[in-house]
Design a protein around this ligand. Sequence first.
Ligand SMILES: Cc1ncc(COP(=O)(O)O)c(C=O)c1O
Length: 411
Amino acid sequence: MSPTSLFSSVEQGPPIEVFAVNKAFLDDTHPAKVNLSVGAYRTEECKPWVLPVVRDAEKRLAADDSLNHEYLPVLGLESFTQAATSMLLGGSECVAVAEGRAFGIQTLSGTGALRVGAEFLHRQLGYQTFYYSNPTWENHGLLFKNSGFTDARTYRYWNAKTRSIDFDGMYEDFENAPDKSVLILHACAHNPTGCDPTKEQWSKLAQLLKSRPSLFIFFDSAYQGFASGDLERDAYAVRYFAQEGFEFMCSQSFAKNFGLYNERIGNLTLVLRNASQVTPVKSQLTLIVRAMYSTPPNHGARIVSLVLNDPTLYEQWKQCIQTMSSRIKQMRLGLRERLEKLNTPGSWNHITEQIGMFSYTGLNPDQVAHIVSQHHVYLLKSGRINMCGLTTGNLDHVANAIHDAVTKVPS
Ligand SMILES: Cc1ncc(COP(=O)(O)O)c(C=O)c1O
């Protein structure tokens, strides 16, 4: 008789939608299939793009015989964390940087930064409640829960009628949030809606949050450069909160703006009120990382550090960001023009008004199912599309698919 497996009580977990949709796309043999699901940049030929500046940096690194594969320190490569923090906060013109009360630690991409930061907030500062926008990137909830948070809540963000941000709802939810809640705020290019607060709205939020000092702000910056094409402009909200004297954390991802998705290179920036707390906070972060993965990997950190610290490579990189963001803008225009030409019911101005990699189309789950099954165009149930999956070659096909769904499937 074979003994019962110790694993027999394990139940099947739910699929992760974005990977399941991607797999369905890969399995589809239709020649006109289009993938608008995964959040990664694609060229006009629908290919992944290794940024030329990244190739150059890699060649330099490969030719440098002085480099070795010794362990990095637990909190990562310092030339990387300092440059990444400066890129976010604006260097020594940021008072928190100048006063030595802002610092970064290297993490396993943006996800790792969120996870380390969340564990710190829960273990060291005792936070239990967190708020994420409705809708948000689908990993926020799981990440904070697995970090020990017990009370997950959402704040209003999307107004389905106006297809824009529900600022009043968001404001009211923050006003009513219980003390000691963490608020996850997308720093720019909100995923999935592509709608960010205006400068005036950020200012209103800052005024409100000044009167609620136990609410903790956790910025998530996964798309710096992708919203406007300009790194400085996309850092506006984070820099503004630093200037207003807030303490906060910010996760940074270099997956999208460097195209380094699988290198897992990120940074967790912390802005504190007192420089004297930097050393003890770092020591506790060190213990969290030590027990989680011990030390971070090297390759992505070296590439980003080289580029951010070399003026010529830095300019080259900014050009690459321009290339990516202007292609996305062209695709937005192209899709909107086609839908309007087809007289597709509804208004489509939100396609060009939204920013960043994604567009929240307003298509409902039935319309999405129709588009997938009838037209082989793959997107998330929420109606989110990755604009980078569009090319001049497939725009007509996608616009026709959306038109067909909107006219045949009730909204
Ligand atoms: C809003 C948001 N935050 C964080 C991430 C984390 O990405 P990564 O861990 O690949 O850096 C993503 C990735 O899609 C995202 O969209």
